[in-house]
Every structure is written in C-alpha cells, then in structure tokens.
Design a protein around this ligand. Sequence first.
Ligand SMILES: Cc1cc2nc3c(=O)[nH]c(=O)nc-3n(C[C@H](O)[C@H](O)[C@H](O)COP(=O)(O)O)c2cc1C
Length: 247
Amino acid sequence: MHVRIVQAHPDPASFNAAMSRAAADALGGLGHTVSVQDLYASRFDPVEKAEHYGNRLDARSFAPLAEQRHAWQTGAVPAQIGAEIAELERADLLILQFPLWWHGPPAILKGWFDRVFVNSGLYTSRMRYDTGYFRERRAMVSVTTGAPESAFGAGARGGNFETMLWPIHYSLHYLGFEVLPPFQVCGVQGHGYAYEDQGMQEQRLRAALGDWAGHVTRAPELPTLPFPGWDDWDADGQPIRRAEPIP
Ligand SMILES: Cc1cc2nc3c(=O)[nH]c(=O)nc-3n(C[C@H](O)[C@H](O)[C@H](O)COP(=O)(O)O)c2cc1C
C-alpha cells in the first residue's frame, strides 16, 4: 500500500514529528511506500484567497466554490494543490498527524481541507459520502494532547474525542474515505509543563511510539467508524425512519 502522512506541527523535532517517523519506519519496514507532507516545512499556505487563482472566473468578487470549480474545469488548479491531490490519489491510506490545539486540529490543517478538496473535482452534489471520490481508501487521525487520557470522555474536563474530531471525521467521510477510529497519545507535555516525572513521561511516550508503529501497520484490517450514507437519507437529507422489523 501507499500511505500519505500529512503532518501539522511547526517543529520537526516534536513528538508529533516522531509519530510520523515511527509510522513511516514501521510501514516502510513492511514494504509499503510512504510520503510525508510536513505542512509547515513545505510552507503550505492554508488561507484560501483570490491570489491563488490566476485565471479568474470573476475578477471583481471572489467566490471560493465558483473559482475552485472554474480552476478545475480549466486545468488551472494551483500547482501546490495539484501536487497534494496527486499524492492523495496514489494513497491507499491517509494519516493526519497533529496535536490537539483548542479542541481541534491546528489551523494549517483546516486550511489544507479548505484548499485541497477542490469543488467539482473532488466532490459534487452526487459524488459525496458513500459515493465520494476517495471511496475504498482509508483515512485515520493520529492526535496528541496535553491533557492526560483520564481527562477525556463524554462530559469530562478535557472534552470528548468523538465531538472534537467529528468535523474532521465527517469531512473525510464526505470525501468518500473509510474512516478509522482515531489514535490518541495523551499527556504529551514537554518543556517544563510536565505533570509527571520527566523520565516517566519519556518512557511512556517511547512506549506510545511503539504502540503506534504496531497499530498503523494493522490499518488495512481495522474496523472503520460507522457513518450514514445515501440510502439512509430522504430527499431533504433527513434520516429515513425505518419501521422496526416485526419480531
Ligand atoms: C495553541 C495550543 C492549543 C492547545 N489546546 C489544547 C487542547 O485543547 N487540549 C489539550 O489537551 N491540549 C492542548 N494543547 C497542548 C498540545 O496538544 C500538546 O502540547 C501537544 O499535543 C504536544 O505534542 P508536541 O510535543 O508534538 O507539540 C494546546 C497547545 C497549543 C500550542
């Protein structure tokens, strides 16, 4: 399989970068090919704006969806975005590696979604969800947090991963990906913020890297998250209420 890792962290010496390397090494060791996109190192511009489009549909006002569609139809998708799409098309598995920042992904990753998934090219009104462009490919979030594992869950202090990661998971589903449950490493606190002995933390994080390396190699077989699809909605997009089966 070919694996694309998209990493959203400003420091190549961070724990997040170590997570990307651990995944790449483990997958590479099994003969898979891996490419890593370090969004900061490659100076990815996450801000969707008029300046990205040379051949504008409308030079006076900037309507992002209309300009994306026009760029796709005229073969004028920005070069950096075209390269991203080509890498995604090659990949059987997409991994999004990032630290939890304000209960969600860093802004650079949100902007990557805004720009890379080009309207009319990678989704249309019918080419979405279970008929999406990337169907039969898998995607997985790998997230690190500062708060300890014990602080997460429904109603818990640190928040609930299901709701915090829902926008990113649902967007991946919208694009057709089969979405794997997220992998979390919690309590990643460096540089004097440690709430536990530094040596203990280092040991725990080393073990977490090993767990992640094992986990990621099992990605092709792991069960995916359940999402509704076209057969589950009526013409307005509301869930179809099915009669309970007669016992
Ligand atoms: C801007 C910012 C926002 C953060 N928000 C959260 C948060 O909402 N929840 C949390 O548990 N940790 C939060 N953290 C802590 C990071 O998740 C933590 O530092 C990171 O996972 C450690 O990984 P690293 O060593 O690779 O940076 C935040 C950190 C920053 C810089």
